[in-house]
Design a protein around this ligand. Structure first.
Ligand SMILES: Nc1ncnc2c1ncn2[C@@H]1O[C@H](COP(=O)(O)OP(=O)(O)OP(=O)(O)O)[C@@H](O)[C@H]1O
Ligand SMILES: Nc1nc2c(c(=O)[nH]1)N=C(CO)CN2
Ligand SMILES: [Mg+2]
Length: 242
């Protein structure tokens, strides 16, 4: 999705949630400056090399996540040629690591389980760090500590060193990223949307799966809508794992 297509969708989302566009821009500039000062970003051709022509498994943090990790393992064990990669959306990273599955790329606005993300980053996973108006403190604290990052913004303007291929939540932004770099196929796992979420998405839940709060439910509605947009308007073949 280009910025011209993203802008009206972005405006609708920001108005709907009452989020501040000004704060989004501030956060984006903060991340841009951190990248400039630390030089901890990687060139985008690295993402292209990882994603292009690959089968991309994208893991979200919905109630089916653990079941879908099992399905993924079965598929991988029965395949001879492994031309697939994994992109995990934020909180899903922890669940993957629990099952010894290593994401190649993590897409995060740094409100997931930071221990898992930092550990994986130290061991080679690229982190696409997303700046928005409500994660300024997390950007300040964690972005300088990470290496091999790609900066990301939702503000609908070109900003040096930051990508914006459309998308809102970490999960749907994984899909826009894979589409942008010409993945062969996208296979979605743990992407239930709906009204229930998991402790991987919300670490303070008492149960493994609970009814999501109204804001989360609305975020998930946009995530689903955006993925449907991609199905209709993108080039990628998008399916859900069984
Ligand atoms: N039922 C679900 N519960 C949680 N995540 C889901 C669900 N279905 C799909 N997902 C996708 O998995 C991703 C998991 O990311 P996570 O919830 O950790 O971060 P997030 O996008 O930053 O959300 P939030 O801003 O609510 O913390 C979501 O962004 C969403 O796109
Ligand atoms: N300003 C703002 N932007 C967001 C937010 C949020 O809470 N505030 N949450 C998102 C979901 O991952 C994505 N973008
Ligand atoms: Mg997040």
């Amino acid at each position: 999705m280009n910025l011209k297509e993203w802008k009206p969708i972005y405006n609708e989302i920001m108005d709907d949630f009452g989020f501040s566009k000004e704060n989004d821009l501030k956060s984006a500039y903060l991340l841009k400056d951190i990248i400039k000062n630390t030089g901890n970003n990687i060139e985008l051709y690295n993402l292209e090399n990882i994603i292009k022509n690959k089968i991309v498994y994208i893991f979200g943090a919905g109630p089916s996540l653990k079941k879908h990790i099992k399905s993924y393992k079965n598929i991988i064990n029965s395949e001879k040629e492994k031309d697939n990669i994994i992109i995990s959306a934020d909180g899903a990273t922890k669940a993957l690591l629990e099952e010894n599955i290593i994401p190649n790329i993590i897409v995060s606005d740094l409100d997931g389980d930071l221990t898992s993300i930092i550990e994986r980053n130290n061991n080679g996973s690229i982190v696409v760090v997303h700046a928005h108006g409500d994660n300024v403190e997390a950007i300040k604290k964690y972005a300088p500590q990470l290496k091999n990052i790609v900066g990301s913004s939702q503000f609908p303007e070109e900003i040096e060193n930051l990508i914006n291929y459309g998308g809102f939540t970490d999960g749907d932004r994984c899909c826009f990223l894979a589409e942008h770099f010409n993945a062969k196929e996208l296979i979605l796992c743990g992407m239930d949307f709906g009204e229930y979420t998991t402790k991987y998405s919300r670490p303070n839940l008492k149960e493994d799966i609970e009814k999501a709060d109204p804001i989360k439910i609305k975020k998930l509605q946009y995530a689903e809508k955006l993925i449907n947009w991609l199905k209709e308007n993108g080039n990628s073949n998008i399916t859900f794992i069984q």
